[in-house]
Design a protein around this ligand. Structure first.
Ligand SMILES: O=P(O)(O)O[C@H]1O[C@H](CO)[C@@H](O[C@H]2O[C@H](CO)[C@@H](O)[C@H](O)[C@H]2O)[C@H](O)[C@H]1O
Length: 669
């Protein structure tokens, strides 16, 4: 395609215009529309019931006043909501919308020249300056009559009433009151002519449940919910453990794959390439003669047990999240039923999967673009998700989504959410930033992050700040997992209990979304030969645990989750602001709601071994207070309260007591 081939230069005004084209171009400019992602190619993320601010720079030639409206609606509704946009000065306009349910929405900005507003403004200035206004009053009359004459049928009656009102105003004061009234202005704005009317393009918004932004995830392997390594845990055992998990304040209970596990190339303990007869294998090796992605591993129980578990979990305030791992053990039924969905090598084998440098010898990948795969494989995978949705599952953690095609995700997520807007997807992607962001743009409601590898004050401050800025804030919600079955963070190998508390505080205070893989609460950290992997990982064997083991941090985790529930400022990663504490081992930051009604200060020592002290700045300026003002403080871990006098304060953190402080502040009255 070339410009000369299309022959239509007006599509590219910057390259030159004919006069015929120029006279048809809009006279009003709408620029810098926000929020917008990639010029509207992708939807900006919003949360149901929460305010979304829409702003734009709107201007025209000359001095005439403009009127600017924001129109928005749910994609499939015919009714448009309308809010006038407020003029903020310097051509900036803003309006707020509050979408009430999850789903896809669009918004459009409309602008036009508003002759009556221009007239009213001039009339008022001249009147106040004592300049003669007789002629102006006559011009006003003309304007109102012209508006009534050219009114659309649905506005005619309203404008006739306005004309009648004007005719009834005989005394000069009455006329002035009529022409300067807000009511006259608004009626004419709504029903009068819209000169040079222009519309922006429609911009999409994706509205999700609050759980998309604020949720505490707990991960466990159902087979390990048992008292002995030789007895496979079941869904019924998990059901019995639900109250314990719910009491810790979690909202989501996430399971690695629960499907039948293959036998061919099954892995043994510690990723051994050969498994013993009784080794259970990696649950990610999905598929056996017992079924594939839509079946349940027989040793976990029945489908009814699973459905009952989902029901019981809901009763205790927990949603179940399932793993969606698009890969097959060589024993998966699809390999025989749909050989055309895989790419075969000349020797009749399928290449095993990998995520370099990791090798997954017990699984193979499907091929999304084989002749037989399009669209049958895509539809089959969609039906797998739908099947679990029909069984009550609303959350899916997707394994390695960055190794599958982006168009597939964009289609699948939109297709599922069109009928089930409550369903959400968490991307288990650890890859380059562009792909991490793009997964959010194509529909993932939240994502794993680099948090696990950010340890120093500089790293944490920069990372938390970056996530608050464009483009991340519009497309990416970070779920801070403190550990996963694949990540036994090096920091925890030798940090002892204080290190676990440090990471828990960073995750719970840093983002509205955080996650923990079981074992963290009893400070498990034994690594596999210096690697970031767990020794005797539960990915390859059953691992019973004593959750009451001495030194556990169950009480602290429960408290942190409670603090999050009680403080709206902590229910999102947005609103983060780093503050000054004069010590590189102490991260000090604030989280606050827009109206400052909830303001939480967090000080976390990054040193699990030594006491750390610092002078720090109490952010009085955020409340518009002078440096000598008083501030009320409340320790949210202990309930202790006090008053701070003045901006410069001092703290000491002893990790063996509590390696962090969480203080709710408000101006002392
Ligand atoms: O590749 P990631 O680091 O994102 O890890 C995820 O995907 C892996 C493949 O599904 C998965 O790996 C585990 O399952 C494999 C298949 O059974 C097995 O070969 C690996 O040894 C095992 O670690 C990983 O757990 C998951 O988080």
């Amino acid at each position: 395609m070339s410009l000369s081939a299309s022959g239509n230069q007006s599509e590219y005004p910057a390259l030159g215009l004919t006069v015929e084209d120029a006279v048809t171009l809009p006279r009003i400019a709408i620029e810098s529309v926000s929020p917008v992602l990639d010029e509207g190619r992708f939807a900006v993320k919003c949360i149901e019931g929460q305010r979304a601010n829409v702003s734009a720079v709107v201007f025209t030639d000359g001095h005439e006043k403009l009127a600017v409206h924001l129109h928005w609606r749910r994609l499939n509704d015919s009714f448009w909501h309308m809010s006038p946009m407020t003029f903020l000065g310097n051509d900036h306009w803003e309006a707020t919308i509050v979408p009430e349910q999850p789903g896809k929405f669009v918004y459009v900005i409309e602008a036009w020249r508003d002759p009556f507003a221009t007239f009213q403004d001039e009339l008022e200035k001249k009147y106040r300056a004592g300049v003669p206004i007789t002629l102006e009053l006559r011009e006003g009359e003309q304007l109102v009559r012209a508006a009534a004459q050219s009114a659309a049928p649905e506005s005619a009656q309203v404008l006739e009433r306005v004309v009648a009102q004007m005719n009834a105003a005989h005394a000069r004061d009455e006329q002035l009151a009529f022409f300067l009234s807000t009511e006259t202005l608004e009626t004419l704005r709504e029903h009068g002519m819209r000169a040079d009317q222009v519309f922006s393009r429609a911009y999409p918004l994706e509205v999700e449940r609050q759980l998309a932004q604020f949720a505490s995830w707990y991960e466990l392997f159902p087979r390990s919910v048992t008292s002995e390594q030789t007895r496979h845990g079941t869904f019924r055992d998990v059901t019995a453990r639900l109250p314990q998990i719910s009491r810790m304040g979690f909202d989501v209970l996430y399971f690695p794959p629960i499907h039948p596990i293959g036998r061919t190339h099954r892995k043994g303990p510690n990723n051994a390439l050969v498994a013993g007869e009784s080794d259970p294998g990696s649950p990610y090796a999905i598929g056996s003669p017992d079924g594939g992605h839509d079946a349940i591993h027989p040793e976990l129980g029945t489908l009814d047990d699973f459905i009952e578990l989902v029901r019981q979990a809901r009763r205790q305030g927990l949603e179940i999240a399932l793993d969606f791992a698009i890969q097959c053990s060589p024993d998966h039924p699809w390999i025989k039923q749909h050989p055309g969905w895989f790419s075969w090598r000349p020797d009749g084998t399928i290449r095993h999967a990998e995520n370099p440098p990791k090798k997954y010898e017990d699984i193979v990948n499907v091929d999304f673009y084989q002749k037989d795969s399009v669209p049958d494989l895509w539809l089959a995978l969609r039906d797998v998700v739908l099947g679990w949705v029909q069984r009550g599952v609303t959350l899916f953690r997707v394994d390695n989504p960055h190794t599958k095609p982006l168009p597939f995700w964009e289609w699948l997520i939109a297709d599922i959410r069109a009928d089930h807007p409550n369903v959400m997807f968490l991307a288990e992607a650890f890859t380059k930033p562009a792909m991490m962001a793009r997964l959010g743009k194509v529909g993932y409601s939240q994502s794993y992050t680099y948090f696990t590898w950010r340890n120093t004050k500089y790293e944490l401050e920069s990372y938390f700040t970056e996530l608050n800025e464009a483009p991340w804030r519009d497309c990416y919600r970070p779920n801070f997992f403190v550990n996963t079955p694949d990540i036994n963070p090096r920091f925890l190998h030798h940090s002892g209990r204080p290190g676990f508390l440090i990471r828990a505080a960073l995750a719970t205070m840093g983002s509205g979304l955080w996650g923990m893989y079981s074992g963290f609460e009893i400070c498990e950290s034994a690594p596999l030969s210096g690697k970031e992997e767990y020794l005797d990982s539960e990915k390859y064997q059953i691992r019973p645990r004593d959750y009451n083991a001495p030194g556990n941090i169950v009480a602290e985790i429960s408290r942190l989750n409670l603090i999050r529930r009680q403080n709206p400022a902590l229910q999102t990663h947005l609103g983060f602001q780093a503050y000054t504490a004069w010590n590189d081992n102490i991260l000090f930051f604030g989280k606050r709601t827009d109206d400052l009604s909830n303001f939480v200060l967090v000080a976390i020592s990054l040193d699990p071994h030594n006491a750390q002290e610092a002078h720090f700045d109490l952010p009085l300026w955020e409340f518009g207070l002078p440096d000598d003002a008083h501030m009320h403080g409340e320790d949210l871990m202990t309930g202790h309260t006090w008053t701070w006098y003045g901006k410069t304060q001092w703290m000491r953190i002893e990790p063996w007591h509590m390696p962090f402080g969480i203080w709710r502040i408000r101006p002392a009255s």
